[in-house]
Design a protein around this ligand. Structure first.
Ligand SMILES: [Zn+2]
Length: 396
């Protein structure tokens, strides 16, 4: 597998990347220009008022004033223009309308994280495949997927052969394995379930995402099984077995896991995953998330999660700078799965996936997963989405 540096070199030398700006220099014709927005692209450390010119589905120019012809213009004055958002833990492929709903929120790439296991993975794959944006899935190590009684409470459901067989048949769509490890999901089987998830992953060299928090096993015992590139979601889950000790210090095993390349992800969700006091302590300890994700479901749209922008806004409230908030939802997320390697950026030549977002000032209420309410002074709202260079119809 290519690392990021190799990929960038290879891609830059490819004819498609070099040719497009030349053609444009001759004709100055764009399919779409996003005018006058505050362009924040953490991949290039850019934060400035710019026009974004798009042609042939790719970013063709970023400049203070682009004057050429365009078939369509988006007026982004007073708005943020950022790379299309990438949500690495959603359940968007659980329902047919899921991908389009989050696309309208600016989510131009998603990972359905473990909605289904080997038995019914074809259902989530079919939805991800028909999604307008890039959608991929993680296979739940529990072969029956998410179950009210607990995915792997019956250890026989953590079926290595069945999961491997499903991945083998769908190498292009299954990009990792999800292991949900809370006591109400895996009970005392957590360690063995994770061991089996890694056994599935090994021959394919793909990541495992663990759902941490309220596990039977101590977190350090589980982290010991994680390799570089694996993802820990629900990083702000309260005890038992959170990432901090009683004194608010990040566990040394958590620090060590990050050093060896394990990623730590938000996974907002609706219950058991996010509590304000834990988030305060973790942020205060300087252990910022690598990525944000919503753990979004169609039901979550009504309360708690709402949309990716609402989830991002919670971290503005918690004191994270805006460019870092954007980075967690774009460039950082693009590094978590190879399918997104050329996304999460607005550099010239990149696929033109763009989110136009409004940053409103006022008083906004945010909730954690424990009915804790907090109010913040800023909130992000989706305004327009561009996917592969085309404006997506806005949601009613
Ligand atoms: Zn989830």
């Amino acid at each position: 597998m290519m690392n990021r540096r190799q990929f960038v070199c290879t891609a830059t030398s490819a004819a498609a990347f070099v040719r497009i700006p030349d053609v444009l220099a001759a004709t100055t014709k764009y399919d779409l220009i996003i005018k006058g927005g505050r362009v924040i692209d953490p991949s290039r450390k850019l934060d400035a008022t710019r026009d974004v010119g798009i042609a042939q589905g790719r970013i063709a120019a970023i400049a203070a004033n682009i004057s050429g012809d365009a078939a369509e213009t988006i007026d982004a004055h007073g708005k943020l223009v950022v790379p299309g958002l990438i949500d690495i833990h959603t359940h968007a492929a659980r329902a047919k309308e899921g991908p389009e709903l989050c696309l309208a929120d600016g989510v131009t790439g998603f990972i359905d994280a473990g909605s289904q296991g080997a038995d019914r993975i074809a259902e989530t794959i079919a939805i991800a495949k028909s999604a307008p944006q890039q959608g991929r899935v993680l296979i739940n190590i529990g072969r029956a997927g998410i179950l009210p009684e607990g995915d792997t409470m019956d250890l026989n459901r953590a079926d290595v052969a069945a999961a491997r067989e499903a991945i083998g048949r769908n190498r292009d769509m299954i990009v990792g394995i999800k292991a949900r490890l809370s006591r109400d999901v895996a009970g005392a089987n957590d360690f063995e379930v994770l061991r089996r998830a890694q056994e599935v992953a090994t021959p394919f060299n793909i990541p495992v995402m663990i759902h941490m928090g309220q596990t039977v096993s101590p977190l350090p015992k589980l982290l010991a099984l994680l390799k570089s590139g694996d993802v820990v979601t629900h990083m702000f889950a309260p005890p038992p077995n959170s990432i901090i000790d009683d004194a608010g210090h990040i566990l040394p095993e958590v620090m060590a896991a990050r050093r060896r390349g394990v990623r730590f992800d938000l996974g907002n969700g609706r219950s058991g995953h996010l509590r304000w006091d834990i988030a305060d302590q973790v942020m205060k300890a300087g252990f910022l998330p690598d990525t944000f994700s919503t753990d979004w479901t169609p039901e979550g749209r009504a309360a708690g999660v709402i949309n990716f922008e609402n989830v991002m806004s919670k971290f503005l409230m918690l004191g994270m700078p805006l460019d870092q908030v954007i980075a967690c939802a774009t460039v950082n997320a693009s590094r978590a799965f190879p399918v997104f390697r050329d996304r999460g950026t607005l550099k010239v030549g990149a696929p033109a996936d763009v989110a136009v977002i409004e940053l409103r000032e006022g008083t906004f209420e945010f909730v954690d997963n424990y009915e804790g309410k907090r109010s913040g002074r800023q909130r992000l709202f989706p305004s327009a989405t561009v996917l592969a260079g085309k404006r997506v119809a806005t949601r009613a």
